[in-house]
Design a protein. Sequence first.
Length: 197
Amino acid sequence: MSRDGPTTRDDRREDLQRLLGHRPIVLIGMMGAGKTTVGRRLAARLGRHFVDSDEEVEKAAGMTIEDIFRAHGEADFRAGEVKVIARLLKDQNIVLGTGGGAFINPETRALVKEAAISVWIKADFELLFQRVSRRSNRPLLKTANPRETLQKLIEVRYPVYAEADVTIVSRDVPQDQVASEVIDAVLAHLSNETPNG
Ligand SMILES: Nc1ncnc2c1ncn2[C@@H]1O[C@H](COP(=O)(O)OP(=O)(O)O)[C@@H](O)[C@H]1O
Ligand SMILES: O=C(O)C1=C[C@@H](OP(=O)(O)O)[C@@H](O)[C@H](O)C1
Ligand SMILES: [Mg+2]
């Protein structure tokens, strides 16, 4: 990277595409972290196609996630989720937003590690809780004490999310800034991965 003048957005995008090749970028992390919304912006910035595993599971099942959980239960949802992610990861040049439990499933995790660069979008409990409280479309949080449920999921999941290739912390900043931080963090990771990078 020897250029005159400041590094522009386009330079970073080109550097990233060169180091990444066709590998998908997969966003993982808790419900409310911003995988879906930040993922869309990230894909637009990189000129990549964005896919969301929840949306694709819903399309494949012809039902909403809430209805899948209600009619068939979580185990069936996870079985569908792993199949959908395996299919989506065959497409290169994508940004894939996953559901919060996807990377916790060992089979899904192995697929992601094999085919993609994974990015954990990590966020503070209060921020996550505030965001997920805005909508009631997450069946796992329909419990007597959703704060406690979210806290328990965090305790179980964080050590697994920590296996991601890259971690970024999402604070209360605009989604475009979070997308920018993902680009910087993935670039830094890939520069270390490349022997002469
Ligand atoms: N950086 C951010 N700033 C403000 N709101 C955000 C940010 N990231 C996500 N959100 C909001 O939080 C909610 C959850 O985001 P979403 O992308 O659906 O998360 P996930 O897919 O990880 O569950 C949405 O309402 C989204 O608009
Ligand atoms: O954390 C989880 O287990 C889930 C997260 C949801 O996706 P988001 O993380 O995009 O909300 C969705 O897959 C489902 O409700 C289960
Ligand atoms: Mg999502």
